[in-house]
Write a protein that binds this ligand. Structure first.
Ligand code: NDP
Length: 251
C-alpha cells in the first residue's frame, strides 16, 4: 500500500468515526465536564488531560508538516499558522484558564489523543505533501473565504470560552447561566465558533482531509451542544426560553 492510499484510508476512517459518533453521543453524553459520571475507569486531572489530548495537534502536526516536500511554500505555511493559532491555544493556554481540580476519565483522554494523532497526520500531510497549493491559490476566493470563516470562528470560540471562564470566581465549581453576546442566542457559542473554524479550514484547504475534520467536529459537538442545552433547561427554571443550542435561530 502506498502512503497516499494509507492517507485516503485514514480520511475515510475519520468519516466513519464521525458517522458512529453522532448516534453514540445522542444516547451517551461524553463523560467529562458537567456530564462527568462514574464507570469510565481511572481519572486524571482535567487540565493535564487537555494538554495530553491536544498536544499531538501541535507537536505531531509540526513534525509531519515539516517532513513534507512543500513545507516551505507560502500557502502551506499560511495554513500552518491557521492550524497552530488554534491548537497552541487549545493545548497549552486554554487548560490553564479552566478551573483547577477537575477530573476526566483516562479513557476519554486516550480516545482524544488517538483521534488527534490521526487527524493531525491527515491534515498536515495533505497540506505540505499530497495537496498542491501553488502561489495562484493566494488569488483564489476559496482560500480567503475559508480563512475569513476560520478567523471569525476563532474569535467567537475564544470569546465564548473566556466568558465561561469568567463565570467562576477562584475556588468556585458550580454553573451559572452565561449571558451577553452570542449567549443571548445559543447555549454553546464556543462550539458554534469551533464549527465555523473547521468549516473554514475545509474551504481554505479545499480538501477531503479538511472536510473530514469539519464533519467530525460537527458530529462531536452538535450532540454535545444538545446535551448541554437540555441540561441548562433542566437545571435553571428561568433559562431563557428563546435560546437555541448551537446554531443561532435554527438548532
Ligand atoms: P464546555 O462549554 O462544556 O466547558 C468549557 C469550560 O467552561 C469548562 O471548564 C467548564 O467547566 C466551564 N463551564 C461551562 N459552562 C459553564 C457554566 N454555565 N458556568 C460555569 N462554568 C462553565 O466546553 P468543553 O469542555 O466541551 O470544550 C472546551 C473547548 O474545546 C471548546 O472551545 C470546544 O469548542 C473545544 N472542543 C473541540 C472539540 C472538537 O471536536 N473540535 C471537541 C471538544 C471540545 P466544567 O469542566 O466544570 O464543566
Amino acid at each position: 500500500m502506498s502512503e497516499l492510499e494509507l492517507h485516503t484510508l485514514l480520511v475515510q476512517g475519520v468519516f466513519l468515526v464521525a458517522a458512529l459518533t453522532v448516534p453514540a453521543l445522542l444516547f451517551i453524553s461524553a463523560p467529562y465536564g458537567r456530564h462527568a459520571r462514574g464507570g469510565w475507569g481511572p481519572q486524571m486531572d482535567t487540565r493535564l488531560a487537555w494538554m495530553v489530548m491536544e498536544s499531538p495537534s501541535v507537536l505531531w502536526f509540526l513534525a509531519v508538516f515539516f517532513a513534507g516536500a512543500h513545507a516551505w511554500s507560502l500557502v502551506p505555511l499560511l495554513l500552518l499558522v491557521l492550524w497552530q493559532s488554534h491548537y497552541v491555544q487549545r493545548a497549552f493556554i486554554f487548560p490553564l484558564k479552566i478551573r483547577p481540580g477537575g477530573h476526566t476519565p483516562v479513557s476519554v483522554v486516550a480516545m482524544g489523543f488517538m483521534f488527534n494523532l490521526v487527524n493531525a497526520y491527515v491534515n498536515a500531510r495533505w497540506v505540505s505533501e499530497f495537496g498542491r497549493y501553488e502561489l495562484s491559490w493566494l488569488l483564489d476566493p476559496r482560500l480567503w473565504l475559508g480563512v475569513g470563516l476560520f478567523v471569525l470562528g476563532y474569535r467567537i470560540n475564544r470569546r465564548a470560552d473566556a466568558a465561561l471562564a469568567a463565570l467562576r470566581k477562584p475556588g468556585e465549581t458550580g454553573y451559572k447561566i452565561p449571558r451577553g453576546g452570542l449567549y443571548e442566542l445559543i447555549s454553546c457559542p464556543n462550539y458554534f465558533g469551533e464549527l465555523l473554524e473547521w468549516t473554514g479550514w475545509a474551504i481554505a484547504t479545499w480538501s477531503v482531509a479538511g472536510l473530514s475534520f469539519a464533519v467530525f467536529t460537527a458530529a462531536n459537538l452538535v450532540p454535545r451542544a444538545l446535551s448541554h442545552h437540555k441540561w441548562y433547561k433542566q437545571k435553571f427554571p428561568d433559562y431563557p426560553a428563546g435560546r437555541k443550542a448551537v446554531i443561532p435561530f435554527l438548532l
